[in-house]
Write a protein that binds this ligand. Structure first.
Ligand SMILES: [Zn+2]
Length: 70
């Protein structure tokens, strides 16, 4: 993918937010029943200018969120 800010192709995808020792500790709250349930949040980070091009959750977490919306 291409960076929106500088046009560089040097974009690292799926960079996880938060501490690697505690993946998902920082994230979107997706639990209605269990408090503190978070989806892991990722970004695509431009290694040339530092622009964060996307913010998105993992497909599995997205499926969990969808299933709880029913
Ligand atoms: Zn860039």
């Amino acid at each position: 993918m291409e960076c929106k800010n500088c046009g560089s192709q040097n974009v690292k995808t799926k960079v996880m937010w938060g501490l690697f020792a505690h993946p998902g500790a920082v994230g979107v709250n997706c639990g209605k029943k269990l408090t503190g349930t978070t989806a892991s949040v990722y970004s695509d980070l431009c290694l040339d200018c530092g622009e964060i091009n996307r913010i998105y959750v993992d497909e599995k977490d997205l499926a969990n969120i969808k299933s709880q919306e029913k």
